[in-house]
Design a protein around this ligand. Structure first.
Ligand SMILES: [Fe+2]
Ligand SMILES: [Fe+2]
Length: 485
């Protein structure tokens, strides 16, 4: 038995524990078969064994990519009592964690405390890390930022004359943690530099050794009168390999991962008079239709699903994974991974590939920053939502300003972007945009909801680009798009 297991190991195959219950002769047979056929799936389990014994092995297409999905962070519902102190712990956690990112900079490695700064008189060199508790303008248009740390708070002045810094200061938002350097004179602290925690620049732009694709969709809104059933059917047909040009079908064969980033159904009672916009008025039925679509996807595609704000679950973030009662059959599929919103996954850590960290976030907070931050509005607002995602990545937080998303306080601030991702994918804004920030692919997903000028999303100000699906080739990290209109 040991010898056979070693044979598998030497060829890079791993056996699921249930296979170790088999007879050694059965495993020997399995080994001969996978070895002779250069079988590409490296983790062998009972269902593969069953396929083999049913003489179905030949039909498992060895051209399909080898896949791997690992959940790095998915947040379950916490059942703890919230006290006033929970908020204090929550913000302390944010202060501590984001401070640690900022302290990697030489300018901020040794910062002064707010108390210290307040007690000193004229000092030529000050550095401080603090949470932004207030932003105001003087009558001369100079900006005053109140920075708070556990010892107290200080007011920082950024003069309009210092035009570069003044421009940068326009991107400061309430409740985020930033660093500053400056000097103190006549009771004022004048900033000469502002630091956002930012994403590291020395990360590798990882590429896989094999050609494998990941597709990203969100906001299907099944149940809505505007749901684009025909386009979505065409998309599923393409994933199945039964639609598209020969090249497009070739790509679908190499599709290893499908991320579905929330708002899979339109929900019930999400906004006033929603019933007028629904063809399916029963949420269970909406989820049943979604299930029917997803069940058609072949097993070689790993499907990762997180909820959005339309999905009949708690909308405070992090949103726990979908309740089983809605998607029972999908929970039973072995190529489906259900996660919270937001969630962090590692995919494709297979032979010759380091694996890619994917941050998926439905994107409830994106509305706030599209509308509230001048520089983002000027950059295109809802039409350039990838800029908003980049903006949040630089802040290392998915919703820094209190109220930009609903949240459940706990002793840990789970919206901090603690893990540096390779790919960030969001939904909610219904607008497909892609960009690259340092080594990170930023993708904001489209939707499968027709633009009528009157959908709820459009009334919110979103500018949908429906039924367009971005696909990343993990070998090149190039993003291409497929139009299912
Ligand atoms: Fe949506
Ligand atoms: Fe949404």
């Amino acid at each position: 038995m040991k010898e056979i297991i070693n044979l598998f190991r030497q060829k890079g195959y791993l056996l699921a524990p249930e296979l170790l219950q088999m007879k050694s002769s059965q495993l020997q047979e399995l080994y001969s078969h996978v070895h002779a056929n250069h079988f590409k799936i490296k983790i062998l389990n009972m269902s593969i064994y069953n396929d083999f014994t049913n003489k179905k092995m030949e039909t498992i297409n060895n051209d399909f990519p080898n896949t791997h999905v690992e959940i790095l962070k998915s947040f379950e519902d916490e059942d703890s009592k919230k006290k006033v102190n929970t908020f204090v712990e929550f913000y302390n956690d944010r202060f501590e964690k984001i401070s640690s990112f900022l302290k990697n900079r030489p300018e901020l490695s040794n910062v002064n405390s707010a108390k210290n700064i307040s007690e000193e008189n004229n000092t030529s060199k000050i550095s401080m890390i603090g949470m932004v508790s207030n932003i105001s303008l003087t009558k001369n248009n100079n900006m005053i930022i109140t920075l708070e740390d556990p010892t107290g708070n200080v007011k920082i002045m950024i003069t309009e004359k210092n035009s570069d810094l003044y421009k940068k200061s326009q991107d400061i938002v309430l409740d985020e943690v930033i660093g500053i350097t400056g000097s103190k004179a006549r009771g004022f602290i004048f900033a000469n530099e502002i630091f956002f925690p930012d994403m590291p620049t020395n990360f590798e732009f990882k590429k896989s050794s094999d050609e494998v694709y990941a597709a990203f969709i969100s906001d299907i809104h099944i149940g809505s009168t505007a749901f684009m059933e025909e386009s979505f059917t065409k998309f599923i047909d393409w994933v199945k390999g039964s639609a598209g040009s020969p090249e497009q079908r070739e790509t679908s064969k190499k599709l290893g991962y499908l991320f579905i980033i929330g708002d899979v159904v339109d929900g019930i009672g999400i906004y006033p008079s929603q019933e007028n916009d629904l063809v399916i008025k029963d949420i269970y039925e909406q989820f049943n239709v979604f299930t029917k679509f997803i069940k058609q996807i072949p097993e070689h595609v790993q499907i990762i699903i997180c909820p959005g704000n339309h999905d009949g679950t708690r909308i405070a973030e992090p949103q726990p994974p979908y309740p089983k009662i809605f998607l029972k059959e999908l929970y039973e599929m072995k190529n489906v991974t259900m996660v919270s919103n937001p969630a962090y996954l590692k995919i494709h850590e297979v032979e010759g590939s380091l694996g890619f960290i994917v941050l998926m976030y439905h994107g409830y907070s994106l509305d706030h920053y599209c509308l509230d931050v001048q520089s983002l509005r000027n950059a295109g607002g809802y039409g350039a939502v990838e800029k908003v995602v980049e903006f949040l990545l630089k802040k290392r937080h998915l919703a820094p300003t209190h109220g930009s998303s609903l949240f459940v306080p706990s002793s840990e601030d789970k919206m901090i972007i603690e893990i540096v991702p390779d790919i960030v994918a969001t939904g909610h804004i219904h607008n497909l945009r892609t960009s690259v920030l340092n080594h990170i692919n930023v993708i904001t997903c489209s939707c499968f909801e027709r633009t009528t000028g009157e959908t709820y999303a459009e009334r919110l100000g979103h500018k949908p680009t429906p039924a367009i699906v971005p696909i990343i080739n993990l070998k090149t990290r190039k993003v291409s798009v497929m139009d299912f209109n």
